[in-house]
Ligand binder design. Structure first.
Ligand code: 1GP
Length: 248
């Protein structure tokens, strides 16, 4: 599967919900994912920057699969976060880092397990944009080649390199819980530069932000924190994304 195929099937801009396995009980999870499905989310990503057991990851994926009929895509923070119960895995490389661990080493460790589990990989270029005053979890964890919210030229070069590598999509990530999302002018510039689908996440908290990001050219918009902190607000966020797509 590619994100392109999902976009074609759903005919428009997609919304993915990020589930962090250790942020809720299984009962809360079941209810949350049903609500997200009802609001119109298109898929669930499972992962996060915190560490959790293999058992909890498996349980989380199984609970989602049982509750809703939507794809589950692993969003791994290392080779240790794999589950055979998921449908897909973002086979991702963090491009703007000097640390080979996140560029290629974790991926090499994970590859034989992915094959054994028959997980379907979706190759993805992961680019972190530093938009926040306080460093986000990913900024604290990894040594980055920092891209600030005004560094459009730099992000364009990374995105183009990703496309030339043949990666199937590009994810611009402000970081979970970021003060503000990736800026719309940067999204627009990247969208105009590359042909592969563009995923945007981090710091999206309201419908206005989601609308601006959708109109700037995002193909997929990811939210995580809002589901944990203010789930009813997700409805207006997804509605804004779906309304933006109907204007295309
Ligand atoms: C993090 O982009 C996702 O990888 C989601 O971010 O938790 O800020 O919505 P939020």
């Amino acid at each position: 599967m590619t994100i392109n195929k999902l976009i074609q099937e759903k005919k428009g801009i997609l919304h993915f919900t990020l589930i962090d396995p250790d942020r809720q009980t299984q009962k809360e999870l079941e209810s949350r994912v049903k609500t997200c499905r009802h609001y119109g989310t298109d898929a669930f990503m499972v992962g996060g920057s915190s560490t959790f057991s293999q058992q909890l990851l498996d349980k989380t994926v199984k609970t989602i699969k049982k509750a809703v009929d939507l794809p589950v895509i692993l969003f791994p923070h290392s080779a240790a976060s794999l589950s055979k119960y998921a449908d897909y895995i973002f086979f991702m490389s963090l491009l703007n880092t000097d640390d080979p661990l996140f560029l290629i080493k974790e991926q090499v460790l994970a590859a034989p397990h992915i094959e054994k589990m028959s997980l379907c990989p979706i190759s993805m270029a992961y680019i972190v944009i530093s938009t926040s005053q306080q460093p986000t979890a990913i900024e604290r964890r990894v040594k980055l080649d920092i891209i600030r919210h005004e560094d459009t030229k730099k992000v364009l070069d990374y995105a183009l390199a990703a496309q030339y590598f043949g990666m199937s999509c590009v994810y611009l990530e402000a970081g979970s819980g970021a003060d503000r999302p990736v800026p719309a002018p940067m999204i627009k510039a990247v969208k105009n530069k590359i042909k592969v689908p563009l995923i945007i996440g981090g710091g999206i908290r309201n419908a206005e932000q989601a609308k601006n990001i959708a109109e700037a050219g995002a193909n997929v918009i990811v939210t995580g924190t809002i589901v944990e902190q203010n789930l009813p607000k997700l409805e207006s966020i997804i509605t804004a994304i779906k309304n933006a797509q109907s204007k295309e």
